[in-house]
Design a protein around this ligand. Structure first.
Ligand SMILES: [Zn+2]
Length: 533
């Protein structure tokens, strides 16, 4: 892999050095890898009159049109859309390159063939978990798995994991980034990790039994599942006094859920546990982490790897890059990806505190960081709450209100049509499980007040459920994304389509043959040597 794990770049460089490195790397990546070998971007560049040589700095990125989720989905007109994003090297182009020729001369053509296979042949995939859209497959080559392992190793480093820690990977066992990133991260970091597959494979009891045997220092999983597991452990009177970190991923982590997790860990005998969150997405093929921070302070954000990708923050309406530290939508461009590649991928995720470059107040690393809450534009839904006009309701905000509410455990928001009549108004039903033996009347009153204080709407009804019933409704431990917001309106009225079954795409055939060494010219400068830091 050409990214050097020992490279100082990813840990300690100032903003100018980072941008200079990224600019040079971006230019070479587009020129040598993406534009020659990606059917989609070759056509897109051609259509927009762009050449790889016209993109020479991070600022120049703005010339490249965004790629959105909708661009990646297969449609009847483009049934093979997702395959157009897969890099398929042209053997003649590769064979003519001075770098290939140089390598063939110095290392032998069989070795070069094997290296190019490693770099370009897809051998692995993960896919998106979207409930409302077809899952989008993202293919990995061996080179991508090296990058995934390196990104994972850095997550461990940022989270301050020690090699004598014992980890439990509680993400659902599925072709999704979270489980596999954790798997490769622990292998690369060299730390004992047991992947249980979450609740679906072993059930809550199975997970708790293994926890008693393993006595983990670190639990990694989705916040709702960790909450459920620790809650069950408390109910059963179990004791886990060695917990040092709870690492959250796969969904948003509100401050309230962190506090609840810390409280549960304290009841289990681990009062000093650090709760840190990660952020990642399928299209990036990596995730980023927070470093541990004092309980009475705020997290310092997700630490990025500037040598592996470029994160832009743009105004979601105009698409223009916003100044440092300003809120906006996250847009990602990889610098090392092979297999499936999306440039300037619009995540639909809004970062409240933007992208910053100054040294982290907690760990001191001078890495670019994404600061503040992340919310999803897809979770802003239009609701018909009165006869006059539709209201935009930000469910991100409602989630924070509910996760922060002290006297409830789990919750679910349900949107439906009044009396299930498609012509009627929408109604919002809040399902909750009360905690601490507080009366339902009081919990309902508190929740209504919280809604009124922080949002402009309030639930039409609050329904109380037993903990088991609510867990079943949420799909805790069984679904890949817990159903915290359920839209039961008929389709076409804002309701969601039912989940589509995951389709495994066929890995594209990548033909790589050895370059013709007889035409090699040793005077040509091998451009790969320029890459070495
Ligand atoms: Zn830090």
């Amino acid at each position: 892999m050409s990214c050097n794990p020992q490279s100082l770049l990813w840990q300690r460089r100032n903003k100018q050095e980072v941008l200079r490195y990224q600019s040079a790397r971006l230019h070479r990546y587009l020129r040598d890898v993406v534009v020659p070998f990606s059917a989609y971007y070759r056509e897109l560049f051609h259509r927009h009159g762009l050449r790889a040589d016209s993109i020479r700095s991070v600022e120049d990125l703005e010339q490249i049109p965004f790629t959105c989720k909708a661009d990646l989905v297969n449609t009847p007109e483009h049934p093979q859309r997702s395959r157009e994003y897969v890099l398929i090297p042209d053997q003649q182009t590769l064979a003519r390159r001075p770098s290939t020729l140089w390598r063939a001369l110095t290392r032998g053509s069989a070795r070069v063939r094997a290296e190019l296979e490693r770099e370009y042949r897809p051998i692995f995939m993960t896919s998106t978990t979207g409930r409302s859209a077809d899952p989008i497959p993202f293919l990995y080559t061996n080179h991508d798995l090296d990058v995934l392992a390196e990104a994972g190793r850095r997550v461990m480093q940022i989270c301050d994991a020690r090699s004598d820690f014992r980890l439990m990977n509680l993400f659902p066992f599925a072709p999704h980034l979270a489980f596999w990133l954790t798997h490769y991260a622990s292998t690369a970091y060299g730390v004992f990790t047991l992947g249980t597959g979450g609740g679906k494979v072993l059930g809550t009891d199975g997970n708790l039994r293994l926890m008693q045997k393993i006595k983990p220092d670190v639990l990694i999983g989705m916040p709702t599942f960790l909450y459920h597991l620790l809650q069950c452990a408390v109910e059963e009177g179990l004791r886990f006094d060695g917990l040092k970190r709870l690492v959250l991923g796969g969904e948003k982590a509100a401050e309230g859920i962190r506090r609840k997790l810390r409280n549960l860990a304290a009841k289990l005998g681990s009062p000093n546990v650090d709760v840190v969150a990660t952020y990642g997405f399928t299209e990036a093929k990596m995730a980023w982490a927070e470093c541990p921070f004092p309980v009475d302070e705020s997290p310092s954000g997700y630490h990025l790897y500037p040598d592996l990708g470029i994160m832009e923050v743009v105004d979601p309406k105009t698409g223009i890059v916003v100044p440092e530290g300003e809120p906006g939508e996250l847009v990602f461009t990889p610098l090392e990806a092979r297999g499936s590649v999306a440039l300037r991928y619009r995540t639909g995720d809004i970062i409240e505190g933007g992208l910053v470059y100054h040294a982290c107040p907690h760990c001191g690393r001078t890495l670019p960081r994404l600061v503040g809450k992340i919310s999803r534009t897809s979770e802003i839904k239009s609701m018909q709450l009165d006869k006059i006009k539709g209201t935009l309701v930000d469910f991100n905000q409602l989630e924070h209100v509910l996760d922060d509410a002290p006297n409830i455990g789990g919750w679910q928001l349900e949107i439906r049509k009044f009396n299930d009549d498609p012509m009627e108004l929408d109604e919002l039903i809040l399902h909750v499980h009360g905690l601490h033996g507080v009366s339902e009347e009081r919990v309902a009153r508190e929740l209504n007040n919280r809604f009124l204080e922080r949002t402009e709407i309030r639930p039409n009804r609050i329904v109380f459920h037993g903990i088991e019933e609510l867990r079943r409704m949420l799909g805790v431990g069984t679904l890949l994304k817990e159903q915290k917001v359920v839209d039961r309106r008929p389709k076409g009225l804002g309701g969601e389509a039912p989940p589509a079954p995951a389709q495994a795409p066929q890995a594209p055939e990548v033909q790589i043959s050895a370059p013709a060494t007889s035409t090699a010219s040793s005077s040509a400068a091998p451009d790969e040597l320029e890459e070495q830091p």
